[in-house]
Design a protein around this ligand. Structure first.
Ligand code: FAD
Length: 494
């Protein structure tokens, strides 16, 4: 164990007490605002705001214990600080290589395991062994057992592991929004005002609008957001998880990805709070299990697979997708988009740097898959345009789950679907100028027609997969297929 007085350097996604309290309570803390990191990509303005606000609030909370240095680069700041520091394993391959280099250069004294996830990376390596196939379900059950979550002895509570997936409903008819209390909203303070002023002055090239801060950035705010979610919204979680409503951007989602990814909320704290709500009888098992599956299952799984698959995974492009992302997409120019579902999703990203899961997967991801957007460029786009985008979370979600560019390591089939799915699961199509039932003609839905173009392009691959072979047979029965393919080759309105 390193001497108690060696300072601890915190990256901007390591800002919670699990990182700097406990055995590290006596250490001085170093925080760095590196200008080069803010300019590395064209980030969403609100993402930069959240990161700077989180760092500066950490400085304010930690008081004299913390030093905050602003510099061009991390290395310049570390040299200026003048003392070797401890650091926890960072959350990306690039940052990991970087801290090892700093260690060789004597600027970092030691690198400790990351404390911001439930399962240590070493334990995952043991579990993974030389497994060829990875299934979320196997990992998730192991996590429940390992952490004793929703367990009655060796058995899952309620006699089943999964109460979630048979539970997804379309949006309720006759309503513009779900009947659930609104999500937690933090109050901005002087720190936020300072961040806003500085970002204006720095003239960084960003995307998206500068809106009010919508997500927690401190441990105290994160605790309050979790408390309110558990008390008011968790009972409705899960049921409408796959539904989309134009007038309800948050639905019954937790909006906790930002504080989780900044490290100000620990995943096990969220999981324990949800389990307690079930034990107290204040939330049904289906909702609680669904929420816990997202955090202890999906989130942890994506994190571990990021390391397991390694940096080369990002270059996967099994479907040979090479289309450049169009400018309207990169600029979040929702005004140029006519399809209501795509307009809503892109406008959510523009306004808040956030869209919910099914918009990411079945609208944005689905569109990109159908149009053959280059997967790595798409992954970079998600990482910079979303307020909860971090390097570790993109590859398996974007390259794997959404674009099937990894040859099926994460998902057994491509998540491509036509307008019928979107029509069933949303209230968008009623006010759209396209018709989800039409694949040909001026009002042919770009998702419906794009789906058939996608199936045609990848028919060999889809025919060979039991789960998608039927799509190819259905395509072969379309009398107007050639006309649909020709129309989609020339489509310029989405
Ligand atoms: P909820 O619906 O309330 O779910 C609870 C929590 O579960 C989330 O906060 C999140 O921490 C976790 N979770 C659930 N699924 C996943 C998953 N697949 N990967 C990681 N965590 C998960 N999540 C991010 O945190 N950052 C991203 O940049 C991101 N990009 C995505 C891109 C694509 C194409 C897809 C398909 C998914 C992406 N996700 C990402 C996962 C998921 O969509 C978001 O975590 C979720 O929408 C955040 O909203 P929420 O906090 O209200 O989540």
């Amino acid at each position: 164990m390193a001497a108690d007085d060696i300072p601890l350097w915190l990256f901007a996604d390591q800002l919670g007490p699990r990182v700097y309290a406990g055995q590290h309570t006596d250490r001085p803390i170093l925080l760095i605002e590196a200008d080069s990191a803010l300019r590395r990509r064209r980030f969403h303005r609100q993402k930069l705001h959240l990161v700077l606000s989180a760092l500066r609030h950490a400085k304010a909370d930690l008081g004299e214990r913390a030093t905050l240095i602003r510099a061009d680069t991390y290395t310049v700041a570390l040299r200026r600080y003048g003392r070797p520091v401890l650091v926890h394993e960072p959350t990306s391959h690039a940052a990991e290589r970087f801290v090892h280099r700093l260690r060789r250069d004597g600027l970092v004294a030691d690198i400790l395991p990351t404390p911001t996830f439930a399962l240590p990376r070493s334990e995952f390596r043991q579990w993974a062994g030389d497994r060829k196939r990875f299934r979320l379900e196997d990992f998730y059950r192991e996590q429940r057992r390992r952490f004793g979550i929703l367990m009655d002895g060796a058995e899952p509570v309620g006699g089943r592991w999964n109460f979630d997936t048979d539970n997804r409903e379309p949006p309720p008819k006759g309503r513009a929004a779900l009947d659930v209390p609104p999500p937690y909203r933090p109050e901005e303070d002087d720190v936020d005002a300072g961040v806003r002023r500085d970002l204006d002055a720095m003239a960084i090239d960003t995307v998206g609008v500068d809106g009010p801060r919508l997500f927690p950035v401190t441990p105290a705010e994160a605790d309050e957001a979790l408390r309110q979610f558990i008390a008011r919204r968790l009972p409705d979680f899960g049921r409408y998880e796959d539904a989309m409503m134009g007038a309800d951007w948050a639905m019954a989602h937790s909006l906790l990805s930002v504080p989780l990814n900044l490290g100000v909320l620990h995943p096990l704290d969220a999981v324990h709070a949800a389990e307690q709500a079930y034990r107290d009888g204040s939330a049904p098992l289906a909702a609680v299990e669904g929420f816990i599956r997202q955090i202890l299952g999906w989130r942890e799984y994506m994190w571990q697979l990021y390391w397991h698959f390694g940096p080369g995974y990002l270059d996967g492009n099994q479907l040979g997708a090479h289309t450049e992302l169009p400018d309207w997409w990169k600029d979040l120019d929702a005004g140029q988009v006519e399809a209501e579902c795509l307009r809503q999703a892109l406008s959510g990203v523009r306004m808040r740097g956030w869209a919910h899961h099914i918009q990411r997967l079945m609208v944005l991801g689905n569109h990109a898959l159908q149009r053959g957007y280059q997967p790595r460029a798409l992954s970079d786009w998600f990482a910079s345009a979303f307020v909860d985008g971090f390097a570790w979370v993109m590859p398996t979600n974007v390259i794997g789950m959404s674009q099937h560019a990894d040859g099926g390591k994460v998902a057994t089939k491509p998540y491509a679907s036509g307008g019928a799915y979107i029509n069933k699961m949303s209230d968008h199509c009623g006010r759209c100028r396209f018709d989800p039932k039409k694949r040909l003609g001026p009002d042919a839905c770009p998702f419906t027609a794009g789906y058939w173009a996608f199936v045609h392009r990848h028919q060999d691959l889809l025919r060979a997969n039991m789960r998608t072979a039927r799509a190819v047979s259905s395509m072969n029965r379309l009398a107007d297929l050639d006309a649909v393919l020709d129309q989609e080759r020339h489509r310029d309105a989405f």
